[in-house]
Design a protein around this ligand. Structure first.
Ligand code: ADP
Ligand code: 5GP
Length: 186
């Protein structure tokens, strides 16, 4: 990574596969890892906290940040925009930290162009039926959103071959340990 010592990890996978659940375990086990907090224009869920799970911002503010060069990458997912704030990631990388970005596939492709050494990990569900079960049991989206997320998921899973590593999140402990082992080996 040019002029940078840290490692960028792109953590992707379809909505509902368990990315946040796995990441919480991984970050608890290794507190040297730095998780980037994304920007989003979507509505906040009941269990979420602004500034912890995401920075929940308006479309205008999002567009201003893009214009000011404050966004490293961004993508539209469903009806909303999601993006990575640039400043903190640059700072952490210059400090030699391992930075984890929760990111969908279009954003990951953009990052790979800027940071070819970024390492991609794609989390797969044990099956599409199980993915649907998890999305439903999480209970955070309405039926229309669930269908949209499942449609996007099918395209995303097809792109998992472009990633450096894939991890199946069937048993949560195994999946979290697999992710930790991959990151520790970088
Ligand atoms: P994502 O961040 O990928 O959208 P979440 O972490 O919110 O997904 O997980 C979606 C749902 O699936 C949550 O209700 C979570 O508790 C559940 N879940 C996550 N991992 C597993 C697993 N290995 N087995 C069963 N349920 C899981
Ligand atoms: P959710 O609404 O379920 O929290 O996230 C929807 C999708 O947006 C997920 O695939 C998630 O990985 C992705 N996402 C979250 N943060 C970012 C980001 O900063 N950039 C991009 N490109 N995608 C993100």
């Amino acid at each position: 990574m040019t002029n940078k010592n840290g490692v960028l990890v792109l953590f992707s996978g379809p909505s509902g596969v368990g990315k946040d659940t796995v990441l919480d375990i991984v970050l608890n086990k290794d507190n040297s890892l730095q998780r980037s907090i994304s920007l989003t224009t979507r509505d906040i869920r009941e269990n979420e906290v602004d500034g912890r799970d995401y920075y929940f911002i308006s479309k205008d503010k999002f567009n201003n940040m893009i214009e000011n060069g404050e966004v490293l990458e961004f993508a539209q997912y469903g009806k909303n925009l999601y993006g990575t704030p640039k400043g903190p990631v640059d700072k952490w990388l210059s400090e030699g930290k391992t930075v984890i970005l929760k990111i969908e596939v279009q954003g990951a492709q953009q990052i790979k162009k800027i940071y070819p050494d970024a390492v991609g990990i794609f989390v797969l569900p044990p099956s599409m039926d199980e993915l649907e079960n998890r999305l439903r049991s999480r209970g955070t989206e309405n039926e229309e959103d669930i269908q949209k997320r499942l449609e996007i998921a099918r395209n995303e899973v097809a792109k998992s071959v472009d990633y450096d590593y894939t991890v199946v999140n069937d048993d949560l402990d195994i999946a979290s340990n697999d992710v930790l082992k991959i990151i520790n080996a970088l």
